[in-house]
Design a protein around this ligand. Sequence first.
Ligand code: PXG
Length: 289
Amino acid sequence: MMKIFLNDSLVEREDAKVSVFDHGLLYGDGIFEGIRIYDGCVFKLEEHLERLEYSAKAIMLNIPMSREELSKAVCETCRANNLRDGYIRLIVTRGEGSLGLSIHSCKQPMVIIIADTIQLYPPEFYKDGLKIITVPTRRCNPAALPPTVKSLNYLNNILAKIEAQHLGYHEAIMLNDQGYVAECTGDNVFVVHKGEVITPSASAGALKGITRDAVIAIGEELGIPVREANLTRYDVWIAEELFLTGTAAEVVPIVEVDARPIGEGKPGPITGRFLEVFRRIVREQGTHI
Ligand code: PXG
């Protein structure tokens, strides 16, 4: 039986219920993290908890647990479910309140931790690469809703995902309101051009991905220069290599964007090196549950 961490204790899945008056449901008022566990080690747990705290601060949400308490609760939830490899969803909602946008009716934020198996991308995506498109839906302007906040309001990304899937693609590049590349619907974007690895900055509308940070560190380790810059669709089309990073996706090669083959139209060597090192470090680093 699956156990869910709800507020301050583990409960059975059937008993893990949230009020219809929770502002997480009513307004998408809340935050979350998606975390991986590899062979009994939670990958980048501290980094995920730090980002959760920053998201909370940005939306003026008081997480009712300390970093240590959250860390313990994540590990405890994995152990209670005998989970050694999988996906952890950590959610903090504004909690139950009255109908109305005001946060003041919500007295007790709700903490939920789900530890489950993960639906991975099929191995062909890594071997053959993925074909993607840019979509008309623009990434939220940071002045309207900072994309750096990992909030429960994913409609912007969902609209882009719908557009991609409607046309038969799995992922979409989202541009910001100035027309620069921001990110994909649930992954960060990297291009390889003339030996350099380039990714959009947070101010261009990218989430500060934990996998993105890990890839930047891997670049340093490998002596491959990685930098942030504004990228246009043109920059993407003429790139030698392109890859996406994310907790679920890890490092996925992209071989076509908007019907233009990327490089040779097959996964590139630099992408391959990043994926290889990434898959090594996820097993070497991490918090033992
Ligand atoms: N951009 C967005 C909008 C995301 O939601 C990333 C980038 C990559 O960040 P990380 O920290 O994961 O490297 C994300 C993360 C899911 C799922 O269920 C989505 C994410 C993470 C895990 C699972 O689709 N998004």
